[in-house]
Structures are given as C-alpha cells and as structure tokens.
Design a protein around this ligand. Sequence first.
Ligand SMILES: [Mg+2]
Length: 128
Amino acid sequence: MNKKNILIVEDDEFNKIVLQDMINIISQDLNIKPQTFVATNFWEAKNLLSKYFFDLALIDINLPGKNGVEVLKLIKSKKDIPCIAVTAYAISGDREKLLLLGFDDYISKPIEMGILKKILEKYLKSQR
Ligand SMILES: [Mg+2]
C-alpha cells in the first residue's frame, strides 16, 4: 500500500466529513493508504505543515480569517506540494483565476466522486 498524507483545510464540519469519507472510498480503488489531517483555518494548517510532510493539499477558499489563497502561498513558499482549490464558486473564469494564483487544480462544491478520483489519481499515483 502506498501511504499518502493529505492535508484538508476546510472550516465546514459537514464538508470536512464528506471529503474524508470520499477520500477513503476512492483510495481503496487506487490502492492508496491515505492519512488525512484536517485544519479549519490558516493557523491550524500552518501548525500541521510544520509537523508533517504532505503529498497533497485540498484547500477551501472561503476560510475565516486568512483565506485559502493565503494557505496556498504559505505552502508554496516552503515546498511544491500539489494544492487543489476546493470552492463553491462554480462560475467559469474562477478556475483560471485560481490556477493563475498558483493552485495546481480546482474542484467545485458539491464535490463529485469522479472528479475527486481523477485528482487523487493524478497527484498521488505518480511517484513524486
Ligand atoms: Mg469554508
């Protein structure tokens, strides 16, 4: 089994649980053993990043205090971990904006299992 550490930065309790459940289900298919760590704001994310190595980060854009873009900047200033924006903004054009800011990819809420699977496959299956 391929052990992978995934950082989830999400302030909504329900979304947090849904995302973790989906990751666990998909991981069985992909033969990945995920360890998910959840931060509910910038500072919790910063704390986790100082303690663990992550293979992937899923970052909600709308966070209390500092937003998801601040979390992205913090991560990318230290290490090139793939960062996926998770946001309710489903307006076309936002994807490009997020990619320009430095996100590697984008998932809109409500998250579709098939789309999340493609993301996990793309960023976790290849040996980095
Ligand atoms: Mg939020």
